[in-house]
Design a protein around this ligand. Sequence first.
Ligand code: FMN
Length: 304
Amino acid sequence: MVNLGVKLKDLSLKNPVMTASGTFGFGEEFEDFIDLSNLGGILVKGTTRHHREGNPYPRMAETPSGMLNAVGLQNKGVENFCKDIYPRIKHYDTNILVNVSGSVIEDYVETAAMINELEHIPAIELNISCPNVKEGGMAFGTSCASAASVVKAVREVYKKHLMVKLSPNVTDITEIAKAVEAEGADSVSLINTLLGMAIDAETRKPLLSTVTGGLSGPAVKPVALRMVWQVFNAVNIPIVGLGGIMNAKDAIEFILAGATAIQIGTANFIDPQVTEKVVVGIEEYMKRHNVQDINDLIGALQIQ
Ligand SMILES: Cc1cc2nc3c(=O)[nH]c(=O)nc-3n(C[C@H](O)[C@H](O)[C@H](O)COP(=O)(O)O)c2cc1C
């Protein structure tokens, strides 16, 4: 028997494999494919204070080794989540984390305060890649000051595990990571999508209605891995790594770079059973390499 259990500070995970927000619905959609209790955690859809329609179609495009999306946080709002969705999913035998998004700080605060009351939700993931409406639309997560201010405000009302999801669209991600750690983040997850764009030369039109969108999938993995490694060397809080993880080998690479846990996003669209397969694959890797405890692999990259 090998130990796959990890801890994100006070939050215990039976294994390091979680799903990435926006790619796994509320978990329910995957119940026919996998046993959700085999996962370390589920990150549910981005949830906002109010109902959002999302962006006009087309809002997804395939690109070499990846995809672009501009879904625009379509969701029915936090009240609907608490009343209709939470009662349906609260019995899952895994950690359910709510991904919280907003346009102004008050949105984040009110949403986090409402989720704080839900007994079976042990943590939230704060998505700071959203445009900050009051500051001209720059994402909260692209400056230390605005990232710190949203985390500080949420920390005052949210009493459980606070994970902050970092944007890769910055000059130095370690500065943002340090800023949110200083305001009380319990962990950081990275990366969110990289800003990208695709054009159809025949029609001379962009492939997305919003022109630009978020790139995910294997194309972003080297960037994500580099950022996890940099952040691991810059902060003391645990890191959840994601970006282009398609199989157990990719997951192990993130753990070696410093991730305590990982999330799987785009790969769910290709194989709805990929998460369970990654758990099995990590265990096989450990047996093959004679590793008894997954925690011995975290940050165990050998530079020389
Ligand atoms: C269709 C789609 C919707 C997404 N929605 C969200 C979201 O609501 N909140 C969020 O923080 N990230 C969202 N993301 C970003 C993913 O959670 C993840 O950070 C990113 O896709 C990189 O991981 P991957 O390469 O494994 O997909 C979304 C990604 C995709 C592809």
